[in-house]
Design a protein around this ligand. Structure first.
Ligand code: NAP
Length: 385
């Protein structure tokens, strides 16, 4: 077994029961294959510390529930879900079912669903842990954030409560949240966090205004990014900046800045105000070229100053100011030098001084996002036993 997994055997395998909500999505497909490998690794140990049992899988309309908590095999969950006619369990019923399992249970929420996100406190209070890349729970109302962490054993919840981990909500599998927690918990003072937090925006601006010149019209670059699968099916969901705003909300809150919601600070939308009433993504895409001139002016102005334009987010921890939008950077700045759809996150802290602690790499993609989820699951397992 990998030395990176510090689970220690105490003789008898501990049984952990897993429920996966959103089992058929892009992240889940990779997560389930990583989970199967992890489960086999545990089983291959002479004195296996943990046995993982899959007892519930769901997608938006259907689900499969293991009767009497008898595991669903990794070879069969997909076929069983494809032929199932059973609706997903409401969160309360799922929490009741999991809390009655003959061992600890973990819910893996691989959806982006708000209702599922709002049910985390319910699971945690019943001793069921939660692992998720879903940003909704951590970036909606502050009251939900507070409810989650006051219900969790790794917050201020009681002993016996579930644990909650959400590394993949910012920067996908990049170690952003755990690094921030390590900085804070070891007593460093984080003064500012700044970076490119969206793979889509990274790709878009690296193509629209590459260092060294060139790049096409903005509308053509958005179309290209959409055709290559870098944007959401409706690119307005990326261009409105809300995905980045949600990530900044999470980072700010981890630093103790009580951001009320992702709409509670300035977020620059790249949707021209004249196109805000477009009825569909297609209508928006067909008219976006009419507004190329505006953003071309921003590009030309930056070019004259020897700079490039990038879509960034920042948190000033001291003042509590959070900001998301376009900024100009010298071509020698690490944010300007970003490649492809990579993310970059700079942590400015007292210990690191003038040169920030920097994390760079793929900030999206099923495989890397699933890695963050699987690593979080291993964190829960290490806490449970
Ligand atoms: N993909 C990435 O690169 C990435 C990076 C970082 C974070 N994330 C986050 O990871 C999560 C999953 O992303 P994804 O790309 O895998 O999404 P996706 O491909 O759209 O998959 C979503 C899954 O959730 C299911 N689902 C939706 N609502 C549900 C409900 N109410 N109950 C049960 N299942 C439900 C869907 O089922 P149906 O197919 O039946 O609708 C599908 O299986 C999201 O929160 C996303 O923001 C993704």
């Amino acid at each position: 077994m990998s030395t990176s997994n510090p689970v220690v055997s105490t003789g008898h395998p501990r049984h952990v029961f897993l429920a996966i909500i959103g089992a058929t999505g892009g992240v889940s497909t990779h997560f389930l294959s990583q989970l199967e490998a992890l489960s086999h690794r545990y089983l291959s140990l002479a004195r296996s510390p943990i046995r993982l049992s899959l007892v519930y899988v769901a997608r938006s309309r259907t689900s499969v529930l293991a009767e009497y908590h008898n595991p669903i095999t990794f070879a069969h969950w997909s076929d069983a879900l494809a032929t199932s006619t059973k609706e997903p369990l409401p969160p309360q019923a799922l929490a009741d079912y999991l809390s009655k399992a003959p061992g600890r249970a973990v819910v893996i929420d691989n959806t982006s669903n708000q209702e599922v996100a709002e049910s985390y406190p319910l699971f945690l209070k019943k001793g069921v842990s939660v692992v998720t890349p879903n940003k909704k729970a951590f970036s909606s109302d502050l009251a939900l954030w507070e409810d989650i962490f006051s219900s969790a054993a790794n917050g201020s919840g009681p002993e016996g409560a579930g644990y909650v981990f959400h590394e993949s909500t910012v920067g996908a599998g990049l170690p952003v949240i755990n690094t921030l927690k390590d900085l804070l918990e070891t007593g460093d003072i984080v003064t500012k966090i700044e970076g490119v937090f969206s793979g889509t925006m990274s790709f878009l601006f690296n193509s629209f205004m590459p260092v060294g010149g060139g790049g096409g019209k903005f509308s053509a670059e958005v179309k290209n990014a959409k055709d290559l699968g870098y944007t959401e099916p409706d690119p307005r969901d990326d261009l409105n900046g809300m995905d980045v705003a949600r990530k900044l909300t999470i980072l700010a809150r981890l630093c103790g800045v009580k951001v009320a919601s992702p709409t509670g600070f300035p977020v620059q939308s790249l949707i021209p105000s004249e196109l805000e009433t477009c009825k569909s993504g297609d209508e928006f895409m067909s008219r976006l070229h009419e507004f190329d001139g505006k953003i071309e002016d921003v590009k030309n102005e930056a070019e004259k100053e020897g700079k490039v334009v990038r879509y960034v987010g920042s948190v000033d921890v001291h003042t509590g100011a959070v900001d998301v939008g376009l900024q100009k950077f010298d071509v020698s700045h690490p944010i300007a030098a970003l490649k492809g759809s990579d993310n970059i996150i700079n942590f400015y802290t007292h210990r690191y001084g003038k040169n920030p602690l920097t994390i760079v790499g793929a900030g999206a993609g099923g495989d890397v996002t699933a890695m963050g989820v699987t690593a979080d699951l291993i964190r829960v397992l290490n806490h449970l036993y």
